[in-house]
Design a protein around this ligand. Structure first.
Ligand SMILES: CC(=O)N[C@H](C=O)[C@@H](O)[C@H](O)[C@H](O)COP(=O)(O)O
Length: 228
């Protein structure tokens, strides 16, 4: 296994992302966020957008998974070969891309996209999948790692409240490549459970790095409960 992946075995990867229009959608802010989570023990980082990737790659030394979200269409996580090459060139160690079986905007298959990326750069590829069939196809297409990132977002599986544990169990049982659990891991207990189920690593985003959502959880918990 690659030394980059070895550093992530059984560890926490923290996704540092802000969304369009949000106050924290500033590359330097995400760079600081990345430094803050590494100080807390994150063994890996995940970042969106070329400038965020560049800044984080330059200022941290943990394995960096990069992606470029583009478009409103079904396939928006690093949707084309051109996007994937740009993410690699920005400094990502692992390029995360849509690993579903849906048609891609540039007409390439996932296998063609991975082969094209590999011809350009020596990077690892994480396939962001939405189902077991996605993950099995992504392995055949050459992905180094399969993730549960798109479970509940690609139309194939229900969006569970927490991580999709049934899918985790399926992937761990059937996949040959490391399975990275990502998506709605909201508590340390859920992260531990994912590892106990056989996940190679766990990605946590929102519950660590998205204060607007975290605030809404606390607000919903307290609002309306006061005795007087
Ligand atoms: C579906 C999609 O677009 N997922 C994105 C992928 O990079 C991010 O918006 C998520 O924050 C990330 O997957 C981490 O998941 P969570 O924030 O639930 O811990």
């Amino acid at each position: 296994m690659s030394p980059i992946l070895e550093r992530l075995r059984g560890r926490l990867i923290v996704s540092c992302q802000a969304y369009p229009g949000e106050p924290l959608r500033v590359p330097e802010v995400m760079q600081r966020m990345a430094q803050a989570v590494v100080a807390g023990g994150a063994a890996g980082l995940r970042a969106q957008g070329l400038e965020d990737i560049r800044l984080i790659a330059a200022s941290t030394d943990v394995p960096l998974t990069g992606l470029w979200k583009d478009g409103e269409d079904d396939v928006f996580i690093t949707p084309t070969l051109e996007h994937a090459i740009a993410v690699a060139d920005a400094g990502a160690d692992i390029v995360a891309l849509d690993g579903t079986r849906r048609p891609r905007p540039d007409g390439r298959t996932l296998a063609e996209t991975i082969a094209g990326l590999r011809a350009h750069a020596d990077v690892l590829v994480m396939a962001d999948c939405g189902s077991l069939d996605d993950a099995l196809a992504a392995e055949d297409a050459g992905a180094d790692v399969v993730g549960t990132t798109l479970a509940g977002y690609s139309g194939e599986r229900e969006k569970t409240d927490g991580p999709d544990v049934a899918l985790i169990d399926q992937l761990v049982a059937r996949c040959r490549r490391p399975v990275v659990v990502e998506g709605r891991v909201h508590t340390p207990a859920q992260a531990a459970d994912a590892i106990d189920r056989g996940a190679f690593a766990v990605v946590v985003g929102t519950a660590i790095t998205h204060p607007t959502t975290i605030t809404s959880w606390f607000d919903a918990a307290v609002t309306g409960r006061a005795r007087r």
